[in-house]
Design a protein around this ligand. Structure first.
Ligand code: TRP
Length: 470
């Protein structure tokens, strides 16, 4: 994938007609790349812990509604913009706005997306570092026979140790920098195409394990039996933000990927497939984790450490747990890296296009700045755990740097970017452009989609926003 992106970025400088704009070799190639971006820590780390914090079933239901009514339409719109523009997000927006005689301000969507990528990757890499350190723990047999106190202390120990966190964060960032600087070799791409399905299989194994040894009934009903008394307006905003985060939406990543999509491929079918895969992974992760949480008397609302405190218990007790555990966390790292690549790429592409910096230089500048910003997240977990930089505003009370980066990107920037994308395609882009890209013909299917994109999607985002501001 990154090869394609690199060539494209190189071409863009020299060739504005884009005759030799590279293309995905098939629909499947696009699905794999887009799923690689979508499936990541958001599914396996974040989804279970925010579900636990927000009381389960009702939150999951809202999240699923957000995926269906907001996420999928916006993914379709975002990919369509990218395919029509055929360039990096900022330049695609510029191009489309120009073509249809619209304001240049639409370009800001691309700019905000880049800033959000920058902020997200800074903490994403720290969490990726946790997963890396757990590969080591698992391989050394640290989970074998351990009880929940031991495992909890192991996690607590990691968070309390800024040097260890910095080390793992650096290793993770280094991996991402190397891959983005060199471009994904085709060998690596092939490896990922095997590793991602393997992660899926391993999750199924863990669900099987949870069925046999965990409190599956309680875990299942926690996830799927809505109790609306547990749902807060803040929870609804979190669900909305997570729908954007988990599908990599609202920031131009899907635009960039869409610009390599051949004309004959159906954007609608493809977006639905990617969303279904992404949702399936998240739900499987939930089904693997919550039965263990309840069987072991753990706290569902334990927060960001949830998977690091539950899954190791299972690995410590099952036969072959050392192997399965190491493999699981290694695959989690791979999933995180493929997502992280898609977060660094826009920044690098922009440095190349706009500032004329080489890919290598751009990757270094972008990567090192993000790495440095990550130190704020590391300190939020220990030395600065009671430093609340925007604590004077009620909304941001009790939020560390880490909490703020997460909150501002997922709950504010991405929904705003998504709203703008929906409005652009729904109301501003020419009708003919929409009909051309959306392969829904101009019959009922097209009208239904446009209705959702024009009214339902923006209204849903706005209602959640306004409720939260009020
Ligand atoms: N979707 C990824 C995850 O769930 C995170 C991610 C990667 C992302 N690229 C993105 C989020 C772009 C928003 C925008 O782990």
């Amino acid at each position: 994938m990154t090869d394609l992106v690199q060539n494209a970025a190189g071409d863009l400088a020299a060739d504005s007609s884009r005759k030799d704009h590279p293309m995905w070799s098939s629909r499947l190639a696009f699905i794999l790349a887009a799923s690689g971006s979508a499936v990541g820590l958001g599914n396996i780390w974040k989804f279970p812990y925010i579900t636990g914090e927000n009381g389960g079933g009702a939150f999951v239901l809202v999240y699923l509604l957000c995926i269906a009514l907001i996420g999928i339409p916006i993914m379709i719109a975002e990919v369509a913009i990218g395919r029509r523009g055929g360039r990096s997000p900022i330049n695609s927006m510029r191009q489309l706005a120009q073509r249809d005689g619209l304001s240049k301000r639409w370009v800001w969507i691309g700019g905000m997306g880049m800033l959000a990528s920058f902020l997200i990757l800074s903490f994403y890499s720290v969490i990726g570092g946790w997963a890396l350190s757990y590969v080591g723990n698992a391989a050394q047999g640290a989970f074998v026979g351990a009880d929940s106190d031991t495992i909890g202390a192991m996690f607590g120990g990691l968070l309390a140790d800024p040097i260890a966190l910095l080390l793992w964060h650096s290793v993770f960032m280094l991996l991402v920098i190397i891959i983005v600087a060199r471009g994904l070799s085709s060998g690596m791409e092939k490896a990922i195409n095997i590793l991602m399905p393997l992660l899926f299989v391993l999750l199924l194994v863990m669900v099987g394990y949870a069925m046999n040894t965990g409190n599956f009934a309680q875990g299942f009903s926690f996830l799927f039996q809505p109790d609306f008394s547990k749902l807060t307006t803040e929870g609804v905003l979190t669900a909305l933000g997570h729908a954007f985060f988990t599908l990599s939406l609202g920031m131009g990543v899907m635009m960039a990927y869409g610009s390599y999509l051949p004309k004959k491929v159906s954007i609608v079918k493809t977006a639905v497939t990617v969303s279904v895969v992404d949702t399936a992974v998240a739900l499987l992760a939930g089904l693997a984790i919550f039965p263990l949480v309840f069987a072991n008397g753990l706290e569902a609302g334990a927060g960001p450490g949830l998977i690091f405190q539950t899954l190791p218990l299972a690995f410590g007790q099952m036969s072959g747990g050392v192997l399965f555990g190491s493999l699981f966390f290694a695959l989690l790292v791979v999933a995180a890296v493929t997502s992280a690549i898609s977060l660094l790429e826009p920044v690098v592409e922009w440095l190349e296009e706009q500032k004329g910096i080489s890919r290598f230089g751009g990757t270094l500048i972008g990567g090192i700045s993000i790495w440095a910003l990550g130190i704020l997240t590391i300190l939020s977990l220990n030395q600065w755990s009671d430093v609340y930089p925007l604590g004077m505003f009620e909304r941001f009370e009790g939020k560390t740097f880490f909490d703020l980066f997460d909150y501002v990107t997922a709950n504010l920037m991405m929904p705003l970017g998504g709203l703008a994308i929906a409005l652009f395609v729904g109301w501003f882009m020419s009708k003919q452009a929409g009909e051309n890209e959306l392969d829904l013909g101009n019959g009922a299917g097209y009208r239904l989609f446009m209705f959702v994109l024009r009214y339902i999607t923006p209204a849903a985002v706005l209602v959640v926003f306004i409720y939260n501001l009020a």
